[in-house]
Design a protein around this ligand. Structure first.
Ligand code: PLP
Length: 525
């Protein structure tokens, strides 16, 4: 369509096409566009290979969204041959020319050529779509500082060594129109009453809220901030009652983990903490207790057994805890089915504690973390993805950081021994004992064996057990902090006030300045 429109204005003159067009490949899914634009320019528009490649490779730009190698697309050569034979031919030619370049850069390094080839030769030939995107693009970016760094050091290291100038970072953002103004009208009115409403279209202005975070001269504002959070919590409690049949008391701390269910996001670490709290209640270890409502939500891919079984475990644990009269309001647990954007619009404004607990190095960016921060939730999080930039923005006094860092995770892998970590930790031992006793699956013997075994496996890639002690300690700090409502409110306001960087308007500006190079249009008023 873009080529057709270009032709209507410029005829067969493509000399300016690359300067005036960019295709931002949003993940590897549209990477086939590299070959398709080549086909159009060569076969339909009769340009030479070199002319077509000059245009294509200066028009495409690629955004990577995940470091997990299993998530990178590989399309089988067999399928290509049958459905897209001409595009396969073009990909083979792109690869042949590219591998000559690699050979010139690293003479005699056949292992490098095998590693970097767009065509994977092992276990049934396939096209590495991410490599096609990198070779065919003038820009390659990750979606948070750490993620972009790890792309250069790990997944795409060879390509970074060949073309360092292609690599850059564009930290993700979310829109304050949906995630504050639309989702949280009460807080929106309150903010605008203090700093005007310019922040809605220019979130950098939200920092004007910082002077109101101190409680001394802002008693009324603090009370109004708490009241807004309270009515949002009432709205969420109604949703949880309707969808889950669980009673959430609005005075409790609302502790929320909503995101796709995946092992690397470690919903299981959250479950271990919940069971630990349950054990504490059962043994009467409840001095200075903070009542807590834990909400977990998130879909699993249909064929992802571990994720499906984790959802089952959360539901079973919730059932046992919620029915125990000894527990009462000290702890409530709910799993929200069908988690989606419209549920997040109710959840983010009502959350006190935002769970961002992925294994360090595995969450590319996260955007849920940003929605929660904007709505005045405190983050309990690992040093991962955009959590790091949230921590930088809000300061360590207003963030609950825990867990191993990327290099510590990688250093521990070789000698990781979860069984000995469990044996050496009385609380963790008690949690596993209860799980393994079948306490949460009396009528369904064995159903959680695989989930339990995955955490005790020395090759567990997500190293859930490694972060348990650090996690429960920081959870205790969060619980203690919550009981000082004046202090908590200050931290909550600071989170919203420091969220200006995480607007997608800033993200788009960064893409424009570095990659698209569009000049702003005059607004027709
Ligand atoms: C924001 C959002 C996500 C992404 O959440 P993460 O915590 O960043 O993984 C997923 N699903 C829905 C419905 C969302 O609103």
């Amino acid at each position: 369509d873009i080529v057709r429109q270009w032709e209507m204005v410029h005829g067969d003159d493509y000399s300016n096409f690359a300067a005036q067009n960019v295709f931002q490949l949003n993940d590897t899914h549209p990477a086939i566009a590299v070959a398709e634009l080549m086909r159009i320019l060569i076969d339909d528009k009769h340009l030479s290979w070199d002319q077509a490649w000059e245009i294509t490779s200066n028009t495409m730009a690629y955004t990577n969204h995940t470091l997990l190698p299993e998530a990178l697309e590989r399309w089988s050569v067999k399928l290509f041959e049958r459905l897209l034979p001409r595009l396969l031919e073009i990909i083979f030619d792109i690869n042949a020319i590219f591998l000559k370049q690699v050979a010139i850069h690293w003479p005699g390094d056949s292992d490098r050529r095998r590693r970097m080839s767009i065509i994977e030769e092992d276990h049934g030939k396939s096209v590495r779509m991410a490599y096609l995107a990198i070779v065919g693009s003038f820009s390659v970016n990750g979606v948070a500082e750490l993620h972009s760094d790890l792309l250069k050091k790990g997944l795409f290291r060879d390509f970074y060594e060949l073309w360092p100038e292609k690599f850059n970072n564009k930290t993700n953002g979310v829109t304050p129109r949906r995630w504050i103004a639309h989702a949280n009208p009460e807080m929106t009115a309150l903010i605008s009453s203090k700093i005007g409403d310019g922040w809605i279209s220019d979130l950098s202005q939200i920092e004007k809220l910082k002077p109101f975070a101190g409680s001394a001269n802002n008693k009324l504002f603090h009370a109004q901030w708490q009241a807004a959070k309270r009515s949002n919590k009432t709205r969420l409690a109604e949703l949880v009652k309707k969808e889950c049949g669980v009673d959430f008391a609005v005075d409790s701390m609302f502790d929320v983990q909503v995101k796709r269910t995946h092992e690397y996001k470690r919903q299981l670490l959250n479950v271990l903490h919940i069971i630990h709290l349950y054990n504490r209640i059962r043994r009467g270890d409840t001095l200075d207790w903070t009542n807590r409502c834990v909400l977990i939500g998130g879909k699993a891919a249909p064929g992802y057994f571990m994720a499906k079984r984790t959802i089952k475990l959360i539901n079973n644990v919730a059932e046992i805890i919620n029915c125990d009269p000894e527990v009462g309001d000290k702890l409530k647990v709910a799993f929200l089915p069908n988690y989606r954007v419209s549920s997040m619009e109710v959840i983010a404004p009502a959350t006190d504690l935002s769970e961002q607990i992925s294994t360090a190095g595995k969450e590319a960016s996260g955007t849920g973390n940003m929605k929660f921060m904007m709505n005045g939730a405190l983050t309990i999080g690992t040093y991962d993805g955009a959590n790091i930039e949230i921590l930088d923005a809000v300061g360590s006094d207003n963030f609950f950081l825990f867990g191993l860092k990327v290099d510590e995770v990688e250093a521990m892998r070789a000698h990781y021994d979860p069984e000995s970590i469990i044996a050496a930790d009385e609380d963790l031992k008690a949690v596993f004992h209860l799980l393994e006793s079948g306490h949460f699956n009396i009528e369904e013997p064995g159903i959680f064996d695989a989930v339990i075994a995955s955490m005790k496996d020395p090759h567990d890639p997500w190293m859930t057990v490694a972060d348990f002690r650090s996690y429960i300690e920081i959870q205790q700090q969060a619980a203690n902090a919550y009981r000082d409502q004046q202090h908590w409110t200050r931290m909550s306001i600071m989170n919203t006030a420091c969220s200006g960087f995480f607007s997608t308007d800033r993200t788009m500006q960064d893409y424009n300045e570095d990659i698209w190079k569009l000049s702003p249009m005059e607004l027709h008023k």
